[in-house]
Design a protein around this ligand. Structure first.
Ligand SMILES: [Zn+2]
Length: 291
């Protein structure tokens, strides 16, 4: 799932493919729960506009258009945002891939999962959005229009401080891992990075948030910022569907300590990494290093 680092890497790399370009035409698939703004309205609202800036809030990408309106993209579980020149086996279903010659696999062809194609006035590449499971969200907001999805977001996880975590932990009776995934506390935080930051801080994911000390909250906040920053440096984590806008993989999946390492020895103490389900999310930890 694209989380803060993957969304930020996408923002930085897709920005030159969007900003300053005038949109000629937009193609979409039929109405579905992916489209908060109906696709025909979305196509009309984007056509003829020029993208002025590309911002990020938590896991949302926000394109600010020249009429002050905003196009907001959340990629959900499997959303991929990329240039038409991108090449990656992650951009094709395995059945589609097996039917093609190796040369044909080198070029992306829009398929049934390609829900958005943005074509520009200039001759440069199209920008596409593909989402196999359609848990992503696309919406267009008029100039000045607010939306609860954006309004309810907490502080950006790259800017989190220990005092915010500590205060939030006093208010909620929940496990610390669930608190970290609450987007109204920490916008952009996701499963991989919560597991990694808790491991590096020595705090067990199941511990009640109210029992994490102020000092641990300070260390946890600092670790979260470091883990997210490091993942951005490596291009994000490509574990399943995520590719960068040019089709290349990120590199953070090679650096993780516990996430998706069930049954492997802990890199710090050798104890076996465990996996449990917490708040409906797979959760990984070392029973010896984390208390
Ligand atoms: Zn350990």
């Amino acid at each position: 799932m694209p989380e803060l680092p993957e969304v930020e890497v996408t923002r930085r790399r897709i920005e030159p493919l969007l900003v300053g370009r005038r949109i000629r035409k937009v193609h979409t698939t039929e109405p579905s729960y992916l489209f908060i703004t109906p696709p025909n309205q979305l196509r009309r609202s984007l056509s003829g506009r020029t993208v002025g800036a590309l911002a990020r809030r938590g896991k949302y990408l926000i394109a600010v258009l020249d009429d002050g309106s905003r196009f907001v993209v959340h990629r959900g579980m499997t959303g991929q945002l990329f240039s038409e020149s991108a090449v990656s086996p992650r951009l094709m279903s395995s059945t589609a891939r097996s039917a093609l010659s190796p040369e044909a696999q080198q070029r992306f062809r829009p398929d049934a999962h390609t829900h958005l194609r943005i074509c520009f006035e200039d001759a440069g590449p199209e920008v596409l959005l593909r989402d196999v499971r359609k848990f992503g969200k696309l919406m267009w907001l008029r100039a000045g229009e607010e939306h609860p999805r954006l309004d309810r977001l907490g502080i950006d996880a790259l800017e989190i401080g220990g005092e915010v975590l500590f205060a939030a932990g006093r208010k909620r009776k929940t496990a610390i891992k669930n608190l970290l995934l609450d987007q109204s506390v920490l916008a952009g935080m996701g499963n991989i990075y919560a597991d990694e930051a808790l491991f590096l801080t020595g705090v067990r994911p199941t511990r009640a948030a109210g029992r994490v000390t102020r000092r641990e909250c300070d260390r946890l906040a600092q670790t979260i910022r470091q883990v997210l920053g490091r993942s951005i440096e490596t291009g994000g984590a490509s574990i399943r569907d995520y590719v960068t806008p040019d089709g290349s993989d990120g590199g953070y999946q090679f650096e993780r300590w516990v996430y998706a390492r069930k049954g492997e020895p802990c890199g710090q103490c050798g104890e076996t990494i465990r996996r449990i389900v917490l708040g409906q999310r797979g959760t990984h930890y070392c029973p010896s290093c984390q208390k």
